[in-house]
Design a protein around this ligand. Structure first.
Ligand code: CU
Length: 285
């Protein structure tokens, strides 16, 4: 996910790689989409060398759409739109500003981008288009490439999927939602913040009994090898704007996971949200 990577590189002295290095193995498999109702559109986004290629975006309506992300890499695909008056060229410049921890650029992105979420290649889920209009998809990974735009038509009623757990970004400082969820299922991620701020979910399996304090200490220490309490199994979503929700289908090893968000706080010199309270332990299985 672009913002995640940028946030990580922007924060000097804060080591994120221990937990979210791309070498960490995602145990997620691709759940079958065969049972998807015909009424719900499925968008297939493939990460390519040049950006994201999209299938299934013709005849889209506002409301929920299933997403299937394919292609290479470990970074989520971003689905979003820009608010009125915020030009794509300005947004792309601001993304570069995001990379250098420019507070004004970060604030503009938080206020002017309507981020709908996204998943990593190999994962599936759903996003909601709030209204008709022009939307875009972009690859993550810190390479800022041309977004792929598409049009969404008038609203249609769509079914809200059954979910097995919820992770909620609140006005803070901590996470809300479930503390125990099944090892396999569909997770809803919701941003209920009342101020303009983007959040994402990064879930990393850790050894049973690992404390928040231990993780915080590792995040603030110098770069080094992964601590031995970092275990295989992770899940990542793309960023969400306030009042937005998405779902992600997952199949992970049972156990303890730390839930983190690494988006920067421009008022705190770009400090990642995880260090400001967006860190909690949950159990799967
Ligand atoms: Cu956050």
């Amino acid at each position: 996910m672009r913002f995640n990577l940028l946030a990580r590189t922007a924060i000097a002295g804060v080591c994120m790689t221990a937990l979210v290095a791309p070498t960490s193995t995602s145990a997620a498999s691709v759940p079958s989409v065969a049972h998807a109702r015909a009424a719900t559109h499925t968008i297939t986004a493939t990460v390519t060398k040049h950006g994201v290629s999209l299938k299934g975006v013709k005849g889209l309506h506002a409301g929920r759409a299933k997403i299937v992300v394919k292609g290479k890499g470990h970074d989520t695909v971003t689905f979003a739109s820009l608010k009125k008056g915020y030009a794509m060229s300005r947004f792309l410049k601001d993304l570069h500003g995001f990379e250098t921890n420019n507070a004004k650029a970060i604030k503009r992105i938080y206020a002017k981008v309507d981020a709908l979420g996204g998943v990593v290649p190999g994962d599936t889920g759903s996003i909601v288009f709030p209204h008709p209009g022009t939307y875009f998809a972009m690859p993550g990974g810190g390479r800022i490439s041309e977004p792929t735009t598409f049009t969404v038509g008038s609203k249609r009623q769509t079914r809200t999927p059954d979910v097995d757990g919820r992770i909620v970004a609140t006005d803070g400082p901590g996470w809300g939602g479930s503390t125990t969820i099944p090892a396999k299922g569909t997770l809803m991620f919701k941003n209920t913040a009342t101020t303009p701020v983007l959040h994402f979910v990064s879930m990393q399996r850790v050894a049973e009994g690992t404390t928040v304090e231990t993780v915080l200490e590792a995040l603030q220490s110098d770069q080094g090898p992964d601590p031995d309490w970092v275990l295989s199994g992770s899940l990542e979503t793309d960023v969400l704007s306030p009042h937005r929700a998405m779902t992600v289908d997952y199949d992970l090893p049972a156990g303890q996971y730390v839930v983190l968000c690494f988006m920067p706080d421009p008022k705190m010199h770009g400090m990642p949200h995880a260090l400001m309270g967006m860190i909690e332990m949950i159990h799967l299985g």
